[in-house]
Design a protein around this ligand. Structure first.
Ligand code: URA
Length: 210
Protein backbone atom coordinates (compact mmCIF):
# COMPACT_ATOMS: atom_id res chain seq x y z
CA UNK A 1 0.00 0.00 0.00
CA UNK A 2 1.61 3.25 -1.05
CA UNK A 3 -0.77 6.05 -0.03
CA UNK A 4 -1.05 7.06 3.61
CA UNK A 5 -4.85 7.10 3.90
CA UNK A 6 -7.65 5.02 2.38
CA UNK A 7 -11.28 6.03 2.92
CA UNK A 8 -13.52 3.04 2.20
CA UNK A 9 -16.51 4.47 0.33
CA UNK A 10 -18.34 1.15 -0.13
CA UNK A 11 -22.11 1.79 0.11
CA UNK A 12 -22.58 -0.81 2.87
CA UNK A 13 -19.84 0.80 4.96
CA UNK A 14 -21.32 4.27 4.49
CA UNK A 15 -24.86 3.08 5.28
CA UNK A 16 -23.79 1.31 8.47
CA UNK A 17 -21.68 4.30 9.52
CA UNK A 18 -24.70 6.60 9.24
CA UNK A 19 -26.65 4.28 11.52
CA UNK A 20 -23.76 4.34 14.02
CA UNK A 21 -23.52 8.13 13.99
CA UNK A 22 -27.23 8.52 14.75
CA UNK A 23 -27.56 9.26 18.46
CA UNK A 24 -30.79 7.26 18.62
CA UNK A 25 -28.99 3.99 17.80
CA UNK A 26 -29.00 1.56 20.76
CA UNK A 27 -25.88 0.16 22.40
CA UNK A 28 -26.65 -3.31 21.05
CA UNK A 29 -27.06 -2.05 17.48
CA UNK A 30 -23.98 0.17 17.75
CA UNK A 31 -21.87 -2.83 18.80
CA UNK A 32 -23.28 -5.06 16.07
CA UNK A 33 -22.76 -2.39 13.40
CA UNK A 34 -19.18 -1.80 14.54
CA UNK A 35 -18.49 -5.51 14.19
CA UNK A 36 -20.00 -5.60 10.68
CA UNK A 37 -18.28 -2.44 9.46
CA UNK A 38 -14.94 -3.61 10.86
CA UNK A 39 -15.22 -6.81 8.89
CA UNK A 40 -15.69 -4.80 5.70
CA UNK A 41 -12.78 -2.48 6.56
CA UNK A 42 -10.60 -5.48 7.41
CA UNK A 43 -11.31 -6.87 3.95
CA UNK A 44 -9.83 -3.66 2.54
CA UNK A 45 -6.80 -3.44 4.84
CA UNK A 46 -5.78 -7.05 4.10
CA UNK A 47 -6.17 -6.57 0.34
CA UNK A 48 -2.44 -6.66 -0.34
CA UNK A 49 -1.45 -9.57 1.86
CA UNK A 50 1.10 -11.59 -0.10
CA UNK A 51 -0.03 -14.80 -1.80
CA UNK A 52 1.82 -17.90 -2.84
CA UNK A 53 0.43 -21.06 -4.43
CA UNK A 54 -0.12 -24.62 -3.25
CA UNK A 55 -0.65 -27.73 -5.34
CA UNK A 56 -4.13 -29.16 -4.66
CA UNK A 57 -6.53 -31.52 -6.37
CA UNK A 58 -10.05 -30.36 -7.11
CA UNK A 59 -12.57 -33.14 -7.88
CA UNK A 60 -11.75 -32.38 -11.53
CA UNK A 61 -7.96 -32.04 -11.77
CA UNK A 62 -4.75 -30.85 -10.14
CA UNK A 63 -4.06 -27.15 -9.88
CA UNK A 64 -1.68 -24.62 -8.34
CA UNK A 65 -4.08 -22.62 -6.16
CA UNK A 66 -3.44 -19.27 -4.42
CA UNK A 67 -2.97 -19.28 -0.67
CA UNK A 68 -1.73 -16.69 1.85
CA UNK A 69 2.07 -16.57 1.92
CA UNK A 70 2.57 -17.34 5.56
CA UNK A 71 3.00 -13.84 6.95
CA UNK A 72 1.07 -14.07 10.17
CA UNK A 73 -1.22 -11.40 11.44
CA UNK A 74 -1.22 -9.64 14.79
CA UNK A 75 -4.13 -7.45 15.83
CA UNK A 76 -3.44 -4.82 18.44
CA UNK A 77 -6.33 -3.13 20.20
CA UNK A 78 -5.88 0.29 21.77
CA UNK A 79 -7.90 0.05 25.00
CA UNK A 80 -10.71 0.28 25.52
CA UNK A 81 -12.61 1.24 22.36
CA UNK A 82 -10.34 -0.84 20.10
CA UNK A 83 -11.83 -3.98 21.66
CA UNK A 84 -15.09 -3.29 19.82
CA UNK A 85 -13.28 -3.84 16.53
CA UNK A 86 -11.52 -7.11 17.40
CA UNK A 87 -14.38 -9.49 16.63
CA UNK A 88 -14.96 -8.05 13.16
CA UNK A 89 -11.35 -8.66 12.12
CA UNK A 90 -11.18 -12.04 13.86
CA UNK A 91 -14.22 -13.22 11.94
CA UNK A 92 -12.22 -12.69 8.75
CA UNK A 93 -8.82 -13.86 10.08
CA UNK A 94 -9.60 -16.25 12.95
CA UNK A 95 -5.97 -17.31 13.47
CA UNK A 96 -4.68 -13.78 14.14
CA UNK A 97 -2.82 -13.24 17.40
CA UNK A 98 -4.12 -10.39 19.57
CA UNK A 99 -2.32 -7.76 21.64
CA UNK A 100 -3.45 -4.84 23.80
CA UNK A 101 -2.05 -1.38 24.46
CA UNK A 102 -3.45 0.77 27.27
CA UNK A 103 -2.60 4.48 27.39
CA UNK A 104 -3.94 7.35 29.45
CA UNK A 105 -3.31 11.06 29.11
CA UNK A 106 -1.22 12.71 31.81
CA UNK A 107 -3.25 15.83 32.63
CA UNK A 108 -0.11 17.88 33.39
CA UNK A 109 2.10 17.00 30.44
CA UNK A 110 -0.89 16.08 28.19
CA UNK A 111 1.29 13.21 26.93
CA UNK A 112 0.07 9.61 26.63
CA UNK A 113 1.36 7.32 29.38
CA UNK A 114 1.40 3.53 29.02
CA UNK A 115 -0.48 1.50 31.67
CA UNK A 116 -0.77 -1.82 29.83
CA UNK A 117 1.22 -3.50 27.07
CA UNK A 118 0.86 -7.13 26.11
CA UNK A 119 1.56 -8.19 22.52
CA UNK A 120 2.23 -11.47 20.68
CA UNK A 121 5.80 -12.66 20.18
CA UNK A 122 7.58 -12.28 16.85
CA UNK A 123 6.04 -8.95 15.88
CA UNK A 124 8.94 -8.41 13.46
CA UNK A 125 7.60 -11.31 11.39
CA UNK A 126 3.96 -10.25 11.33
CA UNK A 127 1.64 -7.82 9.64
CA UNK A 128 0.42 -5.75 12.60
CA UNK A 129 -3.03 -4.18 12.37
CA UNK A 130 -3.72 -1.63 15.10
CA UNK A 131 -7.42 -1.06 15.79
CA UNK A 132 -9.00 1.99 17.40
CA UNK A 133 -12.35 3.34 16.15
CA UNK A 134 -11.54 7.05 16.55
CA UNK A 135 -8.36 8.65 15.17
CA UNK A 136 -8.82 12.04 16.86
CA UNK A 137 -5.67 13.99 17.92
CA UNK A 138 -3.53 11.03 16.87
CA UNK A 139 -1.42 11.34 20.03
CA UNK A 140 -2.33 7.97 21.54
CA UNK A 141 -2.24 6.28 18.12
CA UNK A 142 1.25 7.64 17.43
CA UNK A 143 2.38 6.61 20.92
CA UNK A 144 0.94 3.09 20.49
CA UNK A 145 2.76 2.71 17.17
CA UNK A 146 5.99 3.95 18.83
CA UNK A 147 5.66 1.17 21.42
CA UNK A 148 4.95 -1.46 18.77
CA UNK A 149 7.97 -0.40 16.73
CA UNK A 150 10.12 -0.61 19.87
CA UNK A 151 8.75 -4.15 20.33
CA UNK A 152 9.99 -5.03 16.82
CA UNK A 153 6.99 -4.40 14.53
CA UNK A 154 8.01 -3.17 11.09
CA UNK A 155 4.86 -3.67 8.98
CA UNK A 156 2.05 -1.78 10.71
CA UNK A 157 -1.36 -0.65 9.46
CA UNK A 158 -3.95 1.37 11.34
CA UNK A 159 -7.65 0.54 11.14
CA UNK A 160 -10.23 3.03 12.39
CA UNK A 161 -13.85 3.92 11.86
CA UNK A 162 -13.55 7.72 11.81
CA UNK A 163 -10.53 9.94 11.34
CA UNK A 164 -10.04 13.68 11.94
CA UNK A 165 -7.69 15.60 9.63
CA UNK A 166 -5.61 16.52 12.71
CA UNK A 167 -5.10 12.86 13.62
CA UNK A 168 -4.20 11.86 10.09
CA UNK A 169 -1.63 14.69 9.92
CA UNK A 170 -0.15 13.72 13.30
CA UNK A 171 0.21 10.09 12.22
CA UNK A 172 1.67 11.07 8.87
CA UNK A 173 4.30 13.20 10.59
CA UNK A 174 5.18 10.57 13.25
CA UNK A 175 4.73 7.39 11.21
CA UNK A 176 4.61 8.01 7.44
CA UNK A 177 5.09 4.27 6.86
CA UNK A 178 1.80 3.34 8.59
CA UNK A 179 -1.12 3.13 6.19
CA UNK A 180 -4.46 4.21 7.66
CA UNK A 181 -7.78 2.69 6.56
CA UNK A 182 -10.99 4.40 7.70
CA UNK A 183 -14.69 4.58 6.84
CA UNK A 184 -14.71 8.42 6.84
CA UNK A 185 -12.51 11.47 7.16
CA UNK A 186 -14.56 13.94 9.20
CA UNK A 187 -14.37 17.76 9.30
CA UNK A 188 -12.37 18.63 12.42
CA UNK A 189 -11.83 18.19 16.15
CA UNK A 190 -13.76 20.35 18.58
CA UNK A 191 -12.08 22.13 21.53
CA UNK A 192 -12.47 18.99 23.69
CA UNK A 193 -10.80 16.72 21.14
CA UNK A 194 -14.02 15.13 19.83
CA UNK A 195 -14.42 14.41 16.14
CA UNK A 196 -17.04 16.57 14.37
CA UNK A 197 -19.61 15.56 13.20
CA UNK A 198 -18.35 12.25 14.59
CA UNK A 199 -20.44 9.87 16.64
CA UNK A 200 -19.65 10.92 20.20
CA UNK A 201 -17.61 8.79 22.60
CA UNK A 202 -17.14 5.45 20.87
CA UNK A 203 -16.28 3.59 24.10
CA UNK A 204 -19.34 4.89 25.92
CA UNK A 205 -21.60 4.11 22.99
CA UNK A 206 -20.36 0.54 22.52
CA UNK A 207 -20.20 -0.37 26.21
CA UNK A 208 -23.24 1.64 27.37
CA UNK A 209 -21.26 3.55 29.99
CA UNK A 210 -23.09 6.83 29.54
N1 URA B 1 -12.70 9.45 21.04
C1 URA B 1 -14.03 9.22 20.89
O1 URA B 1 -14.56 8.23 21.39
N2 URA B 1 -14.75 10.12 20.19
C2 URA B 1 -14.20 11.21 19.60
O2 URA B 1 -14.91 11.96 18.94
C3 URA B 1 -12.81 11.41 19.77
C4 URA B 1 -12.09 10.53 20.50
Amino acid sequence: MSEHLTVVDHPLVQHKLTLMRDKGTSTASFRQLLREITLLLAYEITREMPLTTRAIETPMEEMEAPILAGKKLALVSILRAGNGMLDGVLELVPSARVGFVGLYRDEETLKPVQYYFKVPEGLDDRLVIVVDPMLATGNSSAAAVDLLKKAGANDIRFLCLLAAPEGVARMKEAHPDVHIVTAALDRELNSKGYIMPGLGDAGDRMFGTK
